[in-house]
Design a protein around this ligand. Sequence first.
Ligand code: ZN
Length: 292
Amino acid sequence: MRDFSADHRWLSINTATVRKSRGAELPLPEIIEACARRDIRAISPWRDQVAAAGLETISRLVKAHGLELSGYCRGGMFPAADTQGLRAARNDNRRAVDEARELNAACLVLVVGGLPGALAGKPAHKDIALARGQVRDGIGELLEYARSANMPLAIEPLHPMYAADRACINTMEQALDICDELDPARSGALGVAVDVYHVWWDPKLKAQIERAGRKRLLALHVCDWLTPTVDMLNDRGMMGDGVIDIPQIRGWMEVCGFAGYSEVEIFSTGNWWQRDCAEVLDICIQRHRSAV
Ligand code: ZN
């Protein structure tokens, strides 16, 4: 297992972690500059942040600083209530692949979606099996496009509390079943993003990481699970402040050959988004060395 204690060579910042500084929206170019000043070598930006600054601007900045993208957030949201919605999702996902390609991302992260309309508070139906079928079909179709762009797709299983509105793929086992079905040859074009926040509780986690193997372990997202957690979405903890044994999970992945970045992804309305970006990044560096 790699020793992270001496430097932050393998730290990546998911730019949602500092999307707000002192409660105010922080533009992506400023986030990139702040990371570069600290010799942070990788980021994982969100599409809305890229769109706000312009894809060309971000592409130029990433290249100028020699930054790598540990991933691109995000594609997915495949299920829809009608054919028009399914087509819109397909087209939007192809654009996400194109953007990821332009930014030379290591993978496009997929948050696959749940019941159509649920995120807006108006679920169109209760058929989660139908949604899961649309997810499988959507990934299958996108995979062909992504292969032609040489952009790996990383399915991110989300904690079951998000099954209705964000992702009906909730375990590594489910995600890997889809990988087996759609990419039985283990080509490297399809795999998983292991976000410790979503999967740490899973009694099958170690076995499923071993099942995934190097070719399908495409990303590692880290933060911590706080007790108590006061918000389902935006109360993630800093590594070391909660109950997840992050080094153990990273160790399981590295035994399988994972050698990528450890990407810090923290959504935190009440705490980290209230602090100054500089302070948050400095603490990310410290905790990367001591708690990951
Ligand atoms: Zn994640």
